[in-house]
Design a binder for this molecule. Structure first.
Ligand code: KIV
Ligand code: ZN
Length: 511
C-alpha cells in the first residue's frame, strides 16, 4: 500500500468560497477537528492577505498539534517573511509558495517572460528554505501549462530546495485521462523527482476535481490537496471525504491508503458546514443527508436482507451513526461532562465547564431532551462566539395573522442597557430592526439561514446570518429552542464580530 498524504486547504482555498468569512476562533475550531480527523497538513491561510488571516494562522500554529501547519505565500519577499512569521510556533511547519506557469497567466497577469518566472520560482524556494526545511512549490494553472515548461520549472524548484511539488488544475479544465498522463510525464521527466512528494490540487469547474485527483494518484502523486465538503474558489476543490473514501473503498484498485480516521468525516463535514454557512447538498457523496438513505422499495428490501446489496460503505465507517445520547434537565454536571468527552470534546478547565453547563441547563429547562447534535451545536456556538460587546437581555415579540409584528428588545451595550421597539414584515424582521436601533448599527443582511439541529418540533433552532458593512463581511450564529430568539442571537453575534473587526477581506494581487 502506498501512503497518500492528505493536505487540507479548507481554511485557505475553502475560505476563498464566495461569501465565507471565518473568524480566527472558528478557524481554530476547524483546525482542531482536522487534526482529530488525521490530515497530514493543514493549510491554515494566506498570512499576507490581512491581519485577520495572519492572526488565525499564528493561533493555529500555536494551538493545533499533530499535522504540519502550512501557510501560503506568493513568490514575493514580504509574503514569504509573513508566512514564516505566522507558522513559527508550529512544531512542524511548511511554506507553500506559488507562481503561475500557463502562457495566459504569465503574459496577461504576471507580464513576465517564462525565464523570469523560472528565476523567481527558484529564488522564492531558496528564500523560503532559509526559514523552514519543508517548502512546497506550486505552478498555478499547471493544468493549462506546457508540460516541458513544468518539467523545467519543477527541476529548478527541486534544485533550489523544494520538498513537495504541487501540480494544480487551478481552473478545473483537466479531464482524468489527460491529467493522469500529465502527472505521470512530469514525475518521469523532472530531474530530482525521486527526492520530493508529488502533489495535486484540483478544482471542480467541470465536476471532475475528485476523479482528476484520483487519476493523479494512479499516475504517482503522493499528496492530494482537498477541502471538506469540496468548498473552495468558484465551484470548489476536490472533496476530502470523496477522495479519502474512494481510496479506502477501492483500495483493491488504488493500492493506496491515507492516515485519515474516517469515523471523524461526518462530524468534520457538519462543523465546516455550520461555521462556513455552506450547506451540504442532500445528495452529496459520503456526507449528504441522503447518502445512506434508501427510498425505493426494492432497495429497502435488499438492504434489510443484506446491507451490501445497495451499500458500498458502512455509515458507521464515516461516523454517521454515533450512539444517540440523550440528556435532560435532571442530568448532572458529571453526565454532561461524560457526554461531551464521548463526543470528543476536551473541556478547558472549570470556567468553561461552568459556562457550558449553564447553557445546557438553560436549554434543558425549555426542551425535554438534549441530543448529541444539540450538544455539538451548543459547544461550537459557545466556543466560536465573538466577545459580547452587545448582549441580549430580553425580548418580546407579538405577531399573528392579522397583526403587524412588533418586537421589543433589551440589550446590554458597553455603557448602558437599552430598550427599543420596532415593527417589521415578520417577527424576525421586527427583532432585527429593534436590535439595530438599540446598538446603533444597521449593516446589510446578506443572508439568513435557519435549520433544526435534529428532526421534530422539539429541535433546537440554529440560525446563521451574514452581514456586510462596506467591504467587511461577518457571519453570526445563534441557537435556542425558540427560532426567533436563535435569530436574535445570531444577529447579535454577527454585530459583535463587526465591532470586533473580525471577518474583513482584502483583494490580494499577483506578485
Ligand atoms: O488553485 C490553485 O492554483 C491554488 C494554488 C495557490 C495552489 O489554489
Ligand atoms: Zn486552488
Amino acid at each position: 500500500m502506498r501512503r497518500i498524504k492528505i493536505f487540507d486547504t479548507t481554511l485557505r482555498d475553502g475560505e476563498q468560497s464566495p461569501g465565507v468569512a471565518l473568524s480566527p476562533d472558528e478557524k481554530v475550531a476547524i483546525a482542531k477537528q482536522l487534526a482529530r480527523l488525521g490530515v497530514d497538513i493543514i493549510e491554515a491561510g494566506f498570512p499576507i492577505a490581512s491581519p485577520g488571516d495572519f492572526d488565525a494562522v499564528r493561533r493555529i500554529a500555536e494551538e493545533v498539534e499533530g499535522p504540519t501547519i502550512a501557510a501560503l505565500a506568493r513568490t514575493a519577499k514580504a509574503d514569504i517573511e509573513r508566512a514564516a512569521e505566522a507558522i513559527e510556533p508550529a512544531a512542524k511547519r511548511r511554506i507553500h509558495t506559488f507562481i503561475a506557469t500557463s502562457p495566459v497567466h504569465m503574459e496577461k497577469k504576471l507580464r513576465m517572460t517564462p525565464d523570469e518566472v523560472v528565476e523567481r520560482a527558484a529564488w522564492a524556494v531558496k528564500f523560503a528554505r532559509g526559514f523552514v526545511d519543508d517548502v512546497e512549490f506550486s505552478a498555478e494553472d499547471a493544468g493549462r501549462s506546457d508540460p516541458d515548461f513544468l518539467v523545467r520549472i519543477f527541476g529548478e524548484a527541486i534544485a533550489a530546495g523544494a520538498t513537495t511539488i504541487n501540480i494544480p488544475d487551478t481552473v478545473g479544465y483537466q479531464v482524468p485521462w489527460k491529467f493522469g498522463e500529465l502527472v505521470g510525464y512530469i514525475i518521469e521527466n523532472t530531474p530530482g523527482a525521486e527526492k520530493v512528494d508529488w502533489s495535486v490540487h484540483t478544482h471542480d469547474d467541470l465536476g471532475m476535481a475528485t476523479v482528476n485527483s484520483l487519476a493523479a494518484v494512479r499516475a504517482g502523486a503522493t499528496q492530494v490537496e482537498c477541502t471538506v465538503n469540496g468548498i473552495g474558489e468558484r465551484a470548489g476543490n476536490a472533496s476530502l471525504e470523496e477522495v479519502v473514501m474512494a481510496l479506502y473503498t477501492r483500495r483493491d484498485f488504488f493500492e493506496a491508503e491515507t492516515g485519515i480516521n474516517t469515523r471523524e468525516l461526518y462530524r468534520t463535514s457538519q462543523l465546516v458546514s455550520r461555521l462556513t454557512g455552506m450547506v451540504v447538498p442532500p445528495n452529496k457523496a459520503v456526507v449528504g443527508r441522503n447518502a445512506f438513505a434508501h427510498e425505493a422499495g426494492i432497495h429497502q428490501d435488499g438492504v434489510l436482507k443484506a446491507r451490501e446489496t445497495y451499500e458500498i460503505m458502512n455509515a458507521e465507517t464515516v461516523g454517521r451513526e454515533a450512539a444517540v445520547m440523550v440528556l435532560g434537565k435532571h442530568s448532572g454536571r458529571h453526565a454532561f461532562k461524560k457526554a461531551l468527552a464521548e463526543l470528543g470534546y476536551e473541556i478547558k478547565g472549570d470556567e468553561e465547564l461552568k459556562r457550558l453547563f449553564a447553557r445546557f441547563k438553560e436549554i434543558a429547562d425549555r426542551k425535554k431532551q438534549v441530543s448529541s447534535e444539540d450538544l455539538i451545536a451548543l459547544v461550537e456556538d459557545e466556543r466560536t462566539r465573538a466577545p459580547e460587546m452587545f448582549k441580549l437581555l430580553d425580548m418580546q415579540v407579538h405577531s399573528g395573522l392579522a397583526l403587524t409584528p412588533v418586537a421589543t428588545v433589551r440589550v446590554k451595550t458597553p455603557d448602558d442597557e437599552v430598550t427599543e421597539a420596532a415593527t417589521g414584515d415578520g417577527p424576525v424582521d421586527a427583532v432585527y430592526k429593534a436590535i439595530s436601533r438599540a446598538v446603533g448599527l444597521s449593516p446589510t443582511l446578506e443572508r439568513y439561514r435557519i435549520e433544526a439541529t435534529t428532526g421534530g418540533t422539539e429541535a433546537l433552532g440554529e440560525v446563521m446570518v451574514r452581514l456586510r458593512q462596506g467591504s467587511v463581511v461577518v457571519t453570526g450564529r445563534g441557537i435556542a429552542p425558540d427560532v426567533v430568539e436563535a435569530s436574535a442571537r445570531a444577529y447579535l453575534d454577527a454585530l459583535n464580530k463587526l465591532v470586533a473587526g473580525v471577518g474583513s477581506r482584502e483583494v490580494v494581487e499577483s506578485p
